[in-house]
Design a protein. Structure first.
Length: 245
């Protein structure tokens, strides 16, 4: 689950992030948090990065939360919006931009847990996900959160918001993920999410997080074509990067 926190109060941003990460750890849900001190920075970043849920403070200098949401909704109707505020004055405006919820400050842990629980249940209904055993716990991962999977002896390394090492075969997981068009096996023991591929040049696949992997020499042309086709699908609006597919 990819979350954005937009608040001009550093203290409040940090508080919300801490509660979100605590919820993710306790619920064994992969959660990534990005922090923004103003709406302008968030809107700029959102052009390149998709979010599942955004927590937006209403009272901010320069660009307030409602205006930020209105501008964001011009290009994104799928991200869940949760407003944070110390007043109920703007509740009607908040729901006018299809807000998922409206939380009053000071934020309580039980309030945030309820919203995150509802949001994750909704995403599970709309997005495919897998449950992976990591040690003695089970971690739920949305397909859209997985960057790549790499075989490591009898283990797999799954890169999402962090790297998870689990004991399972590459073939068992890749057979499931490969049914989804965004995933592609580019070499023996290496499967990538094409939505996170930055380039495929020469014999190297470079990921958006800076990781890079070798392409299969014999299949390089077919692999590049699959990458180009996925990019074209994004440009024509047939699929959307991250978020709901």
């Amino acid at each position: 689950m990819k979350t954005a926190i937009i608040d001009d109060s550093e203290k409040d941003r940090t508080r919300v992030k801490e509660l979100i990460l605590q919820y993710g750890k306790a619920s064994c849900i992969s959660i990534e948090c990005d922090l923004y001190a103003n709406g302008t920075d968030f809107l700029q970043a959102a052009k390149q990065k998709a979010y599942d849920i955004a927590f937006i403070d209403i009272y901010m200098d320069s660009l307030d939360g409602i205006k930020t949401a209105e501008l964001f909704r011009e290009t994104n109707l799928k991200c869940l919006l949760v407003f944070l505020t110390s007043s109920t004055e703007h509740r009607a405006e908040a729901f006018g931009v299809h807000a998922f919820d409206y939380l009053e400050k000071p934020l309580r842990e039980d309030m945030l847990k309820r919203v995150l629980g509802d949001a994750f249940c909704l995403m599970m209904q709309k997005q495919p996900y897998i449950d992976v055993s990591v040690g003695k716990i089970t971690v739920s991962m949305l397909y859209s959160d997985i960057l790549y999977v790499v075989s490591d002896s009898n283990y797999l390394v799954i890169c999402a918001d962090e790297k998870y090492r689990c004991r399972m075969s590459f073939s068992s997981l890749s057979s499931v993920l490969s049914k989804d068009s965004r995933f592609l096996i580019i070499n023996r023991g290496i499967l990538v999410n094409l939505d996170y591929v930055l380039s495929m040049e020469d014999l190297t696949c470079t990921m958006t997080n800076g990781s890079f992997f070798p392409l299969n020499k014999k299949k390089k042309d077919a692999l590049r074509q699959a990458f180009i086709s996925r990019q074209f699908a994004h440009r024509t609006g047939r699929v959307s990067k991250g978020g709901f597919q």
